[in-house]
Design a protein around this ligand. Sequence first.
Ligand code: SF4
Length: 156
Amino acid sequence: MLRYVNYDVVFQEIPGEITLAINLSNCPNRCKGCHSPYLMENVGMILNRNSLDELLDKYGGAITCVCFMGGDASPKEVEELAGYVHDKTGRRLKTGWYSGKPALSQDCLIEHFDYIKLGPYIEHLGGLDSVTTNQRFYRVYNRAMIDVTEGFQKKK
Ligand code: SF4
């Protein structure tokens, strides 16, 4: 069961989108130097279609994208909720997933996402804005994942 600790409307996580970022708990990845260790606990409110509807009723008109931050303990549930957002809004809202896993779970349908970030946080390599990062950020087109990580890195 997915749970979320909090959420925010953000502008940088998905370039070009106004994103409702939902921070999911029970993260199994245990990255050293984790930015939010409290997300490793199984805490927060249940995230299902009903609670997502409540968030969309509140913020759906002001955003262009919903991004699931984490949820790697239940990848199929994340994928199904992303599909639900697409179906409910006729794909007016895009969907993203910030996963800490190195690869997309085999049983997840990629077409339910428009954006996917993959990779655990490795302190000495840095996050998406670091040129040495191991993490990758993809735009999904026609079920293909296009690596657009460079867009996060400042030109020198
Ligand atoms: S994936 Fe994110 S939340 Fe999970 S341990 Fe790594 S940095 Fe922390």
